[in-house]
Design a protein around this ligand. Sequence first.
Ligand code: HEM
Length: 309
Amino acid sequence: MSGTAKTGFRGSTWFKLVWVVPVAIIALALVVLAARWMRELPAVQDFIARYPGETHLPDGAPVGLPAWIGWQHFFNVFLMVLIIRSGWIVRTKQRPAAHWTRNNTGLVRTKNPPKKISLDLWLHLSLDAIWFVNGIVFVVLLFASGQWMRIVPTSWDIFPNALSTLIQYASLNWPTENGWVNYNSLQVIAYFLTVFIAAPLAAITGIRMSGAWPAKARKLNKVYPVQLARAIHFPVMLYFVLFIIVHVTLVFATGALRNLNHMFASRDDGSWAGFWIFAVSLVVITAAWLAARPLVLRPIASLGGKVSR
Ligand code: HEM
């Protein structure tokens, strides 16, 4: 009996955590020590002096964050939280509470009858559609306003500068923040990857798995099989979750009030304005999270299709 209990504990998540947590802490401590040791070396000091951690912006780059970026950022966070949650439910729920079949009338009419999908997937796809439009508007405004220069690498110096920032972060002696004017190179690379690689990947693999994809396009589907899309879609979600954890941690650890003012109040000072707007946005997101249940979703989903068991 005690033998089984032991095996149960050994195989359990708790047992793994008992090991994983201290090992991770020791590994992190070693990284910090190694980075501190490196920063004592003259060659590394020269390197950091030469590449302080940010590249020059092209001439005419805008200064500061206008209100539209704040709004788009809020919509993106709002939708992203619910998209990750609904995607996770699609992946893990065995028996969905309800299903949805699109009405094949009105604007979107197809030759083949629409497939019945779970209400969870209906929510995921509906949020995706709004997120996609928000993303397109964002990219158009980004290029129309010149704001793209702040998150698209424009010189090869970005790589040594990103390495320099990484060493500075790892040594716990962080680079000075100047996000209102210019992001550090590690930030530029992370934002570029998220906006221009991860987001399009999520969309193109998601569309491949959805009913909107032409199922009968033989040649196309041979080159781009659904299994490939499925194998990419979930790791992309993991990337987003990792990005969000690191991003939010750094927002709070590198001058929280100032950073929140940049994104939520379009101002560059240390007042509490941005913090309170951020707090309200969290209330709105939490309310939406709690409301995303069949009781509330059914009547909305019924507007465009038939909801059934
Ligand atoms: C335009 C954007 C997107 C579209 C069209 C889309 C579409 C889909 C579809 C059709 C599925 C169901 C797959 C199946 O039936 O097996 C799915 C699952 C999922 N989606 Fe998305 N998605 C999009 C964006 C995202 C984003 C941004 C995330 C998270 C960052 C995400 C996370 C997930 C997860 C975790 C699953 C479950 C995957 C699995 O079962 O392995 N999706 N998505």
